[in-house]
Design a protein around this ligand. Structure first.
Ligand code: ADP
Ligand code: MG
Length: 143
């Protein structure tokens, strides 16, 4: 299997609940390597741009309100098969439907406020990583 890059975001609910450390530990214990990480306050334009694929969905306004409601933590992760394995680790979008032991099942309140983001394809893993980090901020010799 190939080494892939995926973008995680610890969403504003994760930061507000003081769960940054617990969720990063969960991710690292699953074998992912952190290549870049920072705390950012998204503007509305930045959140709208990141979630542009959802712009016609009924929840888009709510999603942008939530993602700009406080700081969040984008993290570039690498591992073999990172995209699919990270989606498995976080669980279904709606925590009520997520498998036991997944990050969303453990920590999320509802389908909108669901603690973490994860890229949905290898291509998006690269594009989304570069939405938050220029290539020179992604450290390729860490860990
Ligand atoms: P995922 O984050 O699991 O890839 P989607 O890409 O479908 O899920 O949706 C992006 C984000 O939009 C979700 O993580 C969630 O925060 C929000 N969202 C999705 N569906 C809904 C919904 N029906 N109501 C409110 N928020 C939603
Ligand atoms: Mg998605």
């Amino acid at each position: 299997m190939a080494i892939e890059r995926t973008l995680a975001i610890l969403k504003p609910d994760c930061v507000r609940k003081n769960l940054i450390g617990k969720v990063v530990a969960h991710i690292q214990e699953a074998g992912f390597t952190v290549r870049a990480m920072k705390l950012v306050q998204l503007s509305r334009a930045e959140a709208e741009g990141f979630y542009a694929v959802h712009k016609d969905r009924p929840f888009f306004g709510e999603l942008v309100d939530f993602m700009t409601s406080g700081p969040c933590v984008p993290i570039v992760l690498e591992k073999e098969n990172a995209v699919a394995d990270y989606r498995t680790l976080i669980g279904a979008t709606d925590p009520a439907e997520a498998e036991e032991g997944t990050i969303r099942k453990l920590y999320a309140d509802n389908k909108g406020q669901n603690i973490v983001h994860g890229s949905d394809s290898v291509e998006n893993g690269r594009l989304e990583s570069n939405y938050y980090f220029p290539e020179f901020e992604i450290i390729n010799n860490a860990g």
